[in-house]
Design a binder for this molecule. Structure first.
Ligand SMILES: [Ca+2]
Length: 455
């Protein structure tokens, strides 16, 4: 905690809970609980969230677990204290948090949503007494949040509340309250990223500034929250331009949270042109580019080249996409009617761009001798040097030539259909011509149709 604000994501580097499983005391010194219990402690995050990555927080690796039993018939309420604060509130102070209420059994009253963060002030008042409302206009009280029906169970929901109603007071405790009118019930969920900070209201001057294009991307095949991509595009433009978290996909190009890495960070594998009408329809044609600060020649492999970032460092607008990766590189996209302008800002001397596309047509794996022939001697690729064939392609299609580590070393136009090649592998052109006929002495990829990717 410092004087200018408060933040905890319940990570090892954040302020720890001041109190674990501890009921708040009222002004008269009695525990603020009636007919319900509540435990509040740090944990690993939800086990089976609908679209988020499981067993991590919304950010970071940890979150606050809340869980309790409502034993009374009719109303029950309980308030736990979480953090000790000493925080003056101004007209611009904002409280925010993310909350994931878990469904309990098949209880469609969703008692887990009747939960809200509250603040106790030094004058003995509570935020929940002051008529504060969340960003949707619903009361920021536990009862008001549940009755709003606006908290989606099993999803991370953000709640923002401007604290101007409490300006001039000093927050001394952060609290969590459950308040449900119709017990008995069981309830539980997760809380993360409690933030109290001065945030002057933003005043958008143009309609596009109201739009966040990543909205709708926290989707899976099983649960759509929009199934969108964060496209930058001009109205009726010829192409979309989008960041891509799975550069091997032609459907779900960008996943907001679920495919985060071990540190719960998202990563981009490309910035791409797209015509995607829907993830169920799939894209057609692709063009991908990604900056790299790898010294010498960067790896083209998706898992090696991808760059992590935080959504907080991502501005996703219809007219401008900008992300600052954790390695300091900044990538930006501004769309035009038939193309886009991309700008990359590198922190140091090593500055590369990796170009790629989603290639489902074919990959030929080369033995080391063939890699040397193609890369070092710029020779044509012959059947004898190919050890494996992957994918679907016809003669004339582009294919990737990869080494036995899986790295693409060249790309070229293949002279055979995929179905023809397996019978030819490892055999000399002379042998093939003798046994299969004159047409089979041709190269797999002619040197004139090759682009070497590795110098
Ligand atoms: Ca966290």
């Amino acid at each position: 905690m410092h004087s200018r604000g408060f933040f905890s994501s319940f990570e090892n580097t954040d302020p720890p809970l001041t109190w674990i499983d501890t009921t708040d005391l009222g002004r008269d010194g009695t525990p603020r609980a009636a007919g319900a219990t509540l435990t509040t402690r740090e944990g690993r995050g939800p086990a089976k969230p609908a679209t988020a990555k499981p067993r991590v927080g919304f950010t970071g690796l940890r979150a606050l677990r809340y869980a309790g039993s409502h034993t009374a018939q009719g109303p029950g309420t309980v308030t736990n204290k979480l953090f000790l604060l000493e925080l003056p509130i101004t007209e611009h102070t904002e409280l925010s948090y993310v909350i994931l209420p878990e469904p309990r059994g098949d209880d469609l009253r969703f008692p887990s949503t009747y939960v809200a963060v509250d603040l106790a002030f030094s004058d003995g008042t509570y935020l929940s007494d002051l008529g504060a409302a969340d960003q949707l206009g619903f009361p920021l009280t536990a009862r008001g949040q549940g009755e709003s029906r606006a908290l989606t169970p099993n999803q991370w929901n953000i709640r923002r509340v401007r604290l101007g109603v409490a300006a001039g007071r000093t927050a001394v405790r952060a609290l969590l309250t459950y308040d449900f009118p119709d017990g008995p019930a069981e309830y539980a969920g997760w809380l993360d990223d409690i933030t109290i900070t001065d945030r002057p209201p933003r005043q958008p001057t143009r309609p596009v500034e109201y739009v966040v294009t990543t909205r709708g991307t926290d989707s899976t095949r099983g649960y759509s929250r929009g199934n969108t991509i964060p496209a930058t595009a001009v109205p009726h433009g010829f192409t979309f331009w989008t960041p891509v978290t799975d550069a091997g996909a032609q459907g779900w190009l960008y996943t907001y949270h679920r495919h985060n890495n071990d540190q719960n960070l998202p990563a981009l594998e490309a910035l791409a042109a797209s015509h995607l009408p829907s993830p169920w329809m799939g894209d057609r044609q692709t063009f991908q580019v990604l900056p790299s600060v790898a010294p010498k020649t960067p790896s083209t492999r998706r898992r090696k080249r991808k760059l992590t970032f935080r959504h907080a460092n991502e501005q996703a607008r219809p007219h401008h996409y900008r992300v600052r990766f954790t390695n300091g590189v900044v990538a930006e996209i501004a769309p035009a009617d038939h193309a886009a302008i991309l700008r990359f800002t590198f922190p140091g001397e090593d500055a590369n761009l990796v170009f790629d596309n989603v290639n489902r047509h074919g990959r030929l794996t080369l033995d080391p001798g063939a890699v040397a022939a193609v890369v070092d001697r710029r020779s044509s690729l012959l059947p004898a040097g190919v050890v494996a064939v992957d994918g679907e392609f016809a003669a004339g299609d582009p294919v990737d030539l990869i080494d036995q580590n899986g790295d693409a070393v060249a790309r070229g136009l293949v002279n055979y259909d995929a179905a023809e090649l397996p019978a030819l592998l490892g055999r000399s052109t002379r042998d093939l011509a003798a046994t299969l006929g004159a047409g089979y002495d041709r190269e797999v990829v002619h040197r004139d149709d090759l682009v070497v990717l590795r110098p």
